[in-house]
Design a protein around this ligand. Sequence first.
Ligand code: SAH
Ligand code: SF4
Ligand code: F3S
Length: 449
Amino acid sequence: MTAPRPQRRVFIKSYGCQMNVYDSERMADVLAPLGYALSESPDTADLVVLNTCHIREKATEKVYSELGRIKAIKRERAAAGERMIIAVAGCVAQAEGAEIMRRQPAVDFVVGPQSYHRLPELIARAHRGVDELLAADFTPHEKFDALPSARGATGVTAFLSVQEGCDKFCTFCVVPYTRGAEYSRPSDAIEAEARTLTRGGVREITLLGQNVNAYQNDRGGGLAALIRRLAAIPGLARIRYTTSHPRDMDDALIAAHGEVSALMPYLHLPVQSGSDRILRAMNRGHTAESYLRLIERVRAARPDIALSGDFIVGFPGEREADFAATLALIREVSYAGAFSFKYSRRPGTPAAAMASRVDEAEKDERLVRLQALLEDQRRAFNAATVGRSAPVLFEKRGRHPGQIIGRSPYLQAVHCAGPDSLIGQIESIAITAASHNSLAGERRVMETA
Ligand code: SAH
Ligand code: SF4
Ligand code: F3S
């Protein structure tokens, strides 16, 4: 027998979108063969990886304050004669890697989102004391080819990145600069990964991409064909995908919503604004009207589909009338969920140079009004489920003894009394109560002894 490798510990913290969550899991997969086990806290970690987000100014600033805290731990560890390596990954790493090394010298290396397969080499070099390590190439094919295909057992649900990058260049957004051009993974590799996940007990997969519905299928047929292929995998009960751009919602994908039962009736389709003047300034490539017609077509294919969206208030030049148009669009669509943000000026993006900035107080006020409306819609959507039943995929134990938690097709969290053996199973649950962010339910068929 060979001696086990010395156990090392890595603490990985994810900020930002689900693609970062996926990437963090893959980084853990890359590090496992080097003897790194996951640690719940940075205090005892030999390696700390911050997987960062650059989307808004606040997200970026968070990283620097977290680095300050981790640096203090690194110092204490050094005083005890122990070495801790600090790595910054993700979109801030890509956007301002050199700046990070300058502002926080305790950082050992910086690694952009498409260079995670280089982690072992970067760690080895950091141990040798090589300074100024920065890996930030745009090589998504190398990343996906080089990451290990076997994935550690996850749980009932999993993310699977199928597409990366963005060619849309919305004028407010950093993603085209941090993640590079649109790249689609080969469909065979995706199917193989989905099968591995499903064999490991995963019942629901969310396909990820910054523009997931722009997925270029090497076998033809776009994202719709990929979804149909994955739907044939035994044991895979539910498929979702996020995030989509209205411009890439093609007929085949809309048709799939009506025809593929594993495809969940919940679509995240960001619109950002309801004002055509602002949409043009944002370079969104759609109008409020074309978005509404698109939703009509999706609803014709799948009448019970629910929508969620992303909204930005206070984009440069946004007047009260533009904001009112956004509220009007929200009333017309009626969203089951949404994310909304104050416009954040990102240096280097076209909007950063635009005149007539909206002042902060005005942005705050608009955000409050927008969120109040969205919150009403969400509450009404949840309340409408009470007295009905919903198929719930159970994911984990709840906080209370004997309680389990799952999700409805609409991603609503459902709490229910039930045995652990239901975890990983779908059961029709009678919904008895709704709060703004979860539902309570009861099993209709009680187990007989
Ligand atoms: N690719 C996705 C979204 C990526 S970013 C899409 O096109 O929808 C997620 C959300 O962050 C965006 O939808 C947008 O609402 C918000 N966002 C992006 N840049 C922003 C900025 N500079 N200020 C405020 N919100 C922003
Ligand atoms: Fe950003 Fe627009 Fe691309 Fe979405 S589509 S990632 S908002 S540039
Ligand atoms: Fe943030 Fe990068 Fe995702 S900027 S939202 S982590 S793509």
